[in-house]
Design a protein around this ligand. Structure first.
Ligand code: PHE
Ligand code: ZN
Length: 854
């Protein structure tokens, strides 16, 4: 019997243990002598003991480094090597540390530190990758300027800051802005650029480049436009100007995350920057625009003002997600962005917050920080800022944020610093609000109402279920945006923000001629689960009349959910009133197509499973799947007469453009095509596949055909056409699984792992297959357990190469306690198998242990 527990339990780090580093780092000089298997890194670092720190320990992080030599003030020293670094005796005055180490970029499959991707050198240092490049105090509160010299034959050699000099086989860079090591970056390879420039608000010209592999030059124009729009927007809305002579973006094929905000040298997963109409869908274009903005905005929120320690990760991520959402709302449609974000929050963050991986927006402990780049830190972190803005108002928000930049530029900060600028700018006491940062779990908000003699009363009760390590919760400040509608559908009370602070609290509205219909939590003003006894008639009324687009969508979404739940639990037929409301909306040309598409998109099957679980039922994934099929089939049949016309009316013709209006129309068009395919056996989809001159329409058609089991020829044609394009092939892999029947999804996925083009070494490809499997609710949770087994086998295989991506993918099991005893037993077996694997990384160990501890 193998013991499931690792031999030595990984160390846990605590927020309360924070202590500053004992030395200032005054400047850093690095020289890289590049070689695939034996790169030499020479460092020359000026240290000075901090005044007042009596004989601090000189500890430098370092992992997977071969130390060649070290010196202090030019004299050789022999440091003591420890598990994660080294210590050394150093003088009690400023001194120069020099070291030479050797590293192996070629052998680096974890994609942290310096590694190679398709023959190109690149780095990823956040959160703790710099320690795999050289010995250094690798912590975000240690900031310094960097000079970098790169020696190698690669034609392009890039680092942070401004270029200072170059010659045959070498290039030098200087970054004048003090930064933590996690923002260091280096790229070298055979790259080509898409150049442009931007003139900042004070008239400085900035050189812009997107660097890609030869052949990808044609896929940079959209990203470049997004970058220039982001630069302009940050000046206009936040008064933030760019601060170097040059801004470089590099596209890399092998990357664990989406992109990285290294100072002046952003590195992107190629899927998050390369775009062309032929190879990218509308959703890709939208995402690329948002991620370019996100990384650019980090220049101020993250780089100029960074985090004191990794517990403060939401300081930069929550704020930057909030800023990129504002940007997208301004560039596209604000309601559509809000609705999409809430769908995403409920799909990814609510399950996290309600399960074994729940943690506060500012966690107080971790074993592996890589495991905390979560939907809670990012998306709930952004929601918290949205609530703060709603509570203090737009003007005071602007004042507080300006104070934040003025007061903290150049510093490594905490959530306390962030809240203090709001307190100072507004005179508010935010101590209760701070619970949003310290308490995990999604609050449930129960609503009841009373109408007596013209006075309408809304009563709210909040409660948050226990989460790991936090059995009891205190009431939070909840901004509840409310409007009231009269019986004829007119708004009788415009939006008002109620500020709830108690566990139970009532608010009254006077002078109402009749009992109103409330529109509660407009714009989703707080990330809570609303519970209110209401009727489908009232939901349909709100869907028709609410002035708040979010709540109109929400009413439709609630109708859809109740209809599904009734089908699953009671074997009910699809709800007639809801079908009716949907048909009306679909045919209503006065409505924004993107909005109609969102109303037409049903709650996800995982979302229905969560609802059933919350109501005390173990969800049956197959039944949920069947209900979705029956519903769509019924809707298609009822709409039969109008579908061809609707399809024609929403078809976008002419040259492809990824603007918001066209994207919304194509989204609606694709959903109509999928209904139509249920009736015409794929004739229209096959025609669309033939005619398509852009990936959005080609992909939508192929998806419909595969789902109808009529797409073999097109799938082969698609493969032949795109087998040379990695990003398009990711779509092909994912689609094979997404369109499979529940009972075959796992075997389709298993076959794909044997495909010539499958590799564990590329995170995008791994996610395309395993992510699609985990995302196929009824397939992954099929009673055979084949889905669980396949994922576990692949996680075990990947962990040896890439712990970070393995650990993130473990989250597919986080909802396991929702399901019946048989499924739980199957999942437990797989989790224990992973946990018992010899040599399991600490990333994956932490994740599996937390999930098992549920
Ligand atoms: N800081 C990056 C972002 O959010 C995410 C990231 C984290 C990338 C860790 C790589 C590694 O923009
Ligand atoms: Zn970020």
């Amino acid at each position: 019997m193998k013991d499931a527990a690792p031999e030595t339990a990984p160390e846990t780090f605590y927020l309360k243990d924070y202590t500053p580093f004992g030395f200032e780092v005054q400047s850093v000089e690095l020289t890289f002598r590049l070689a695939p298997k034996a790169t030499r890194v020479l460092s020359r670092i000026h240290f000075a003991p901090k005044p007042g720190a009596a004989n601090p320990e000189f500890f430098l992080h370092g992992e997977q480094l071969t130390l060649i030599s070290a010196a202090v003030d030019g004299a050789p020293v022999t440091p003591t090597l420890t598990e994660g670094g080294l210590t050394c005796d150093v003088p009690d005055r400023p001194f120069v540390w020099e070291a030479e180490v050797e590293i192996d970029p070629q052998g680096n499959t974890a994609l942290e530190g310096l590694y190679m991707s398709n023959g190109m050198y690149c780095t990823q240092c956040e959160a703790e990758g710099f320690r795999k490049i050289t010995y250094y105090p690798d912590r975000p509160d240690v900031m310094s300027t960097f000079r970098v010299r790169i020696e190698g034959d690669e034609p392009v050699k890039l680092s942070n800051g401004n270029p200072t000099a170059s010659g045959a086989g070498w290039a030098e860079w200087h970054d004048p802005w003090p930064k933590p090591a996690y923002l260091f970056a280096l790229v070298a390879g055979d790259l080509v650029n898409h150049p442009d420039s931007f003139t900042t608000m004070s008239g400085k010209e900035v050189e812009l480049n997107i660097w890609v592999r030869p052949g990808d030059e044609g896929k940079c124009a959209f990203g470049m436009e997004a970058l220039k729009k982001s630069m302009k927007w940050d000046e206009d809305v936040y008064g933030r100007e760019y601060d170097l002579d040059i801004f470089n973006i590099v596209a890399v094929d092998d990357f664990n995350m989406g992109a990285m905000e290294n100072k002046g040298l952003n590195i992107f997963n190629s899927s998050c920057v390369l775009a062309s109409p032929e190879t990218s869908t509308d959703a890709n274009f939208e995402r690329i625009e948002a991620i370019i903005a996100h990384e650019y905005f980090h220049n101020w929120t993250g780089n100029r003002i960074t985090c004191r320690d990794w517990f403060q990760l939401c300081l930069k991520e929550g704020l930057t997600v909030f800023r990129d959402a504002q940007f997208t709302a301004d560039m596209r449609s604000a309601p559509v962005k809000r609705i999409s974000d809430v769908i995403d929050l409920r799909a990814r963050q609510f399950p996290e917050d309600g399960g074994p991986l729940a943690h506060p927006v500012r966690p107080e402990q971790f074993q592996e920080i890589n495991n905390f780049y979560t939907a809670t830190i990012y998306e709930k972190g952004a929601e918290v800022i949205g609530m703060l803005k709603r509570l203090v108002g737009d003007e005071d928000y602007a004042k507080a944020v300006t104070l934040y930049f003025d007061r903290h530029d150049g510093q490594a900060c905490t959530i306390e610093d962030w809240l203090k600028v709001f307190e100072d700018a507004t005179g508010r006491d935010l101590s209760q609000f701070k619970r949003w940062y310290s308490q995990a779990g999604t609050p449930h908000l129960k609503v009841s109402e009373d109408y007596t003699d013209g006075t309408y009363t809304l009563t709210f009760e909040q409660s948050t279920p226990p989460t790991p390590g936090q059995p009891d919760k205190d009431p939070r400040v909840i901004p509840i945006a409310v409007g009231l509608l009269g019986p004829n559908g007119d708004e009788v009370c415009a939006t008002r923000v109620l500020e709830m602070t108690e566990a139970k609290q009532s608010f009254t509205f006077d002078g109402l001629a009749a009992k109103p219909v409330p529109s509660v939590l407009r714009e989703f003003s707080a990330p809570v689960i609303l519970e209110r006894d209401t009727s489908n008639a009232e939901r349909a009324f709100l869907l028709a009349h609410d002035t708040d687009p979010f709540n109109r969508w929400e009413a439709g979404n609630a109708l859809a959910r109740e209809a599904r739940v009734a089908m699953v639990l009671e074997g009910a037929a699809p709800d007639a009133d809801y079908l009716d409301a949907l048909q009306k909306l679909l045919r209503d040309d006065s409505q924004d197509p993107a909005f109609r598409a969102l109303v037409l998109s049903p709650p996800s099957q995982s979302d229905i499973a969560q609802t059933l679980f919350e109501r005390g039922h173990a969800p049956d994934p197959q039944k949920i799947f069947d209900a979705a099929e029956t519903f769509a089939q019924t809707l298609a049949q009822q709409l039969a007469d109008s579908l061809p016309r609707l399809y024609a009316d929403t078809t976008v013709s002419g040259a492809y453009s990824p603007d918001a209006i066209s994207c919304g129309k194509r989204d609606l068009n694709g959903r109509i095509l999928s209904l139509l395919t249920r009736l015409d056996g794929g004739q229209q989809a096959a025609r669309q596949y033939e005619d398509a001159d852009n990936m959005t329409q080609q992909y939508a058609a192929l998806a419909c055909l595969l789902k109808a089991e009529k797409g073999d020829a097109q799938s082969q044609a698609f493969f032949d056409q795109w087998k040379g394009d990695r990003l398009v092939m990711d779509k092909w892999f994912a689609l094979q699984i997404a369109s499979a029947a529940p009972e075959t999804a796992a075997s389709v996925a298993r076959d794909l792992t044997q495909h010539d083009l499958f590799t564990l070494k590329n995170p995008n490809r791994f996610r395309a297959v395993m992510g699609a499997l985990a995302g196929h609710h009824a397939g992954f949770h099929h009673a055979s357990g084949a889905g669980y087994r396949l994922l576990a086998e692949n996680l075990i295989a990947l962990d040896k190469l890439n712990p970070q991506t393995t650990a993130r993918m473990c989250a597919a099991f986080q909802t396991w306690k929702r399901y019946d005893a048989d499924r739980q037993a199957l999942i437990r077996t797989e989790l224990e198998r992973i946990a018992g694997t010899e040599g399991l990384s600490r990333d994956t160990t932490e994740m599996v242990t937390r999930i098992l501890d549920a």
